[in-house]
Design a protein around this ligand. Structure first.
Ligand code: DOR
Ligand code: ZN
Length: 345
């Protein structure tokens, strides 16, 4: 039996680091496990300009512990008014690695998101030409569509035509949660990839109601039925280069989760690798973990693989009930559980 696993240093291809005190609380957790991360731009106000993104990158670097070797990869928040020239300029200057499409009102801080993808024609043509990936929150926002169906309907109504119309555009369907999304990505050409979170590998929708209403299991896209969880697991451990690690770690202070209209988001950064590795072990696919965590994403983005390694050791890792103090404290994913692998640096 494997007692220690050493892999190339991994990256997180989707994370929310927030700003201010929350940024200072959470940044070190991501930087401890990952060499690079794609930083989500859904701040208030959103990160829509290259200068704002560069300033945000500086605040992230300033929030890291002294010795951290961590590179934040910045993204541009797309709106109906996004300017192709600004996007191209920010990309050429090395500020932006990718751009994020939030359908308006799909999730946290997405009010400025895109109301009609047809407004983005010029932007998408530019991104396709310069090789800048489009990252998508793939849910329709039509209130007539059941919330558990919003991803599958997005794949059919929006993603399929998009992939057809922009065959050379690199697209990442973020945090996939359904059989439909997993199979669409698997069957598509090499320019379509997907990130997978730990929570969508561990939880099905029963977790939202286990003995009572569970705000800390609530994220968007919402966790789905068991058959979808199993399909997403199969994709993650398949070895396909189209699927890679993206935690979607999304911290909210405890008071913003435990309220009558609690925020969506699961804070999984502190034990992210331990959480993913448990799944690969359960699936008998430990030998495929390094590809998922450390290779597929970098290759998709066209970035070099990291130098250096991290090691996980068999042994108990007990997840605390809280991270942080007082009003700022956050309940981490797996709070109070004991995981079977420990991050050993
Ligand atoms: O659960 C989520 N939380 N999903 C998102 O898409 C956004 C995120 C957040 O920013 O809190
Ligand atoms: Zn996210």
């Amino acid at each position: 039996m494997t007692e220690r696993l050493t892999i190339r240093r991994p990256d997180d291809w989707h994370v929310h680091l927030r700003d201010g005190d929350m940024l200072r609380l959470v940044a070190g957790h991501t930087a401890r496990q990952f060499a690079r991360a794609i930083i989500m731009p859904n701040l208030v106000p959103p990160v829509t300009e290259a200068a704002t993104a560069a300033a945000y990158r500086d605040r992230i670097l300033a929030a890291l512990p002294e010795a951290a070797a961590f590179t934040p990869l910045m993204t541009c928040y797309l709106t109906d008014a996004s300017d192709p020239a600004e996007i191209e300029r920010g990309h050429a200057e090395g500020v932006w690695v990718a751009a994020k499409l939030y359908p308006a009102h799909a999730t946290t801080n997405s009010a400025h998101g895109v109301s009609d993808i047809r407004a983005l024609t010029g932007v998408l043509e530019t991104m396709q030409r310069i090789g800048m990936p489009l990252l998508i929150h793939g849910e329709v926002t039509d209130p007539a569509i059941d919330i558990f169906d919003r991803e599958a309907v997005f794949v059919e109504r929006i993603l399929a035509p998009l992939v057809r119309d922009y065959p050379a555009l690199k697209i990442v369907l973020e945090h996939i949660t359904t059989e439909e999304a997993a199979s669409f990505v698997r069957e598509a050409g090499p320019n379509l990839g997907a990130t997978i979170t730990p929570q969508h590998l561990h939880l099905n929708r029963n977790a939202l109601f286990a003995g009572g209403l569970r705000p800390h299991a609530y994220c968007l896209p919402v966790v789905k039925r068991e058959r979808h969880r199993l399909a997403v697991r199969a994709a993650a451990v398949s070895g396909s280069p189209k699927f890679f690690l993206g935690t979607d770690s999304a911290p909210h202070a405890i008071g913003r989760k435990e309220m009558d209209c609690g925020c969506a988001g699961i804070f999984n950064a502190p034990f992210a690798l331990e959480s993913y590795l448990a799944v690969f072990e359960e699936e008998g696919a430990i030998e495929r973990f390094e590809g998922f965590a450390s290779e597929h994403g970098a290759r998709f983005y066209g970035l070099p693989l990291n130098e250096g390694t991290v090691t996980l050791a068999k042994g108990k890792a007990t997840v605390p009930e809280r991270v942080g103090d007082g009003a700022l404290s956050v309940v981490p994913f797996h709070a109070g559980e004991t995981l079977g692998w420990r991050f050993a640096g």
